[in-house]
Ligand binder design. Sequence first.
Ligand code: OGA
Ligand code: MN
Length: 283
Amino acid sequence: MEIIKSGLALGAEVKGMDLSKDLSSQEVDQINKAWDENLVLVFKNQNLTDPDLIKFSKNFGNLDHPAPNPFGINFSPEYPEINVISNVKKEGKPTGILGDGEATWHSDMSYQDVPPKAGILYSLEVPKDQGDTHFANMIAAYEDMPEDLKNRIEGKILIHDSAHNSAGQLRKGYEEVSDPSKTPGAKHPIVFKDPNTGKKSLFIGRRPYAYVIGLELSESEKLLDDIWAHATQKKYTWTQRWQANELLMWKNLFVLHKRDAFDPNTRRVMHRTQVTGEMKISA
Ligand code: OGA
Ligand code: MN
């Protein structure tokens, strides 16, 4: 196994592994170590079936079943741990979530009291040079934060919107709220301390409909704009430019991710698993 760091704020490629094979506990330990250090790992040139992807993913914890999507369709009835991210339509109906538009910066399902530990994406079909996925390192962004902004977020709790998905669509069973202080969703400290490493990280979920508890709405909006402007600077990011047959895994509590829009006349199909969260976000 060889770990090739991106040289940027996060991200590494792992070479020399065939993920369709069973991993030894030593190999899992090596992957976990590289994952802690780099937050996002990519394995290229893989050839994985859905059962392979599920088996690989289970090395890192229990797997969640996908959250209800806006269409009310189960996209992978045979393998309930698999979610499908796809713009492809069959007989006019979607075969997966997120379409072809931009998915703006977010952590997955941060609106849960115990958010998922990780997302694992495997690319089956991708358009050429489009639909990139970007990641941002929230440990680096916190470490590097100007003192005055650190002071402004000290002890603050954020509401994480549960009503909309990362494509901005309203989830089934939710209503639009016009006042973000009434947003439904979990409340988490903005600054999170990882009990395993002692490192602090920003945990900011997604920008739309967020609200900092205890502030006037206008103050909350200003503070959030300042946090987001800082946290998503290019110097904290790294970009995955997809080829087919790549597996990518990210630490959902310590990175944000976003996906670019792509040409609707192309096909982009990803299968995805999600590792269940193991801890509450605590300061
Ligand atoms: C996700 C997600 C981005 C992508 O799976 O959580 O945001 O590149 N996907 O498809
Ligand atoms: Mn996501």
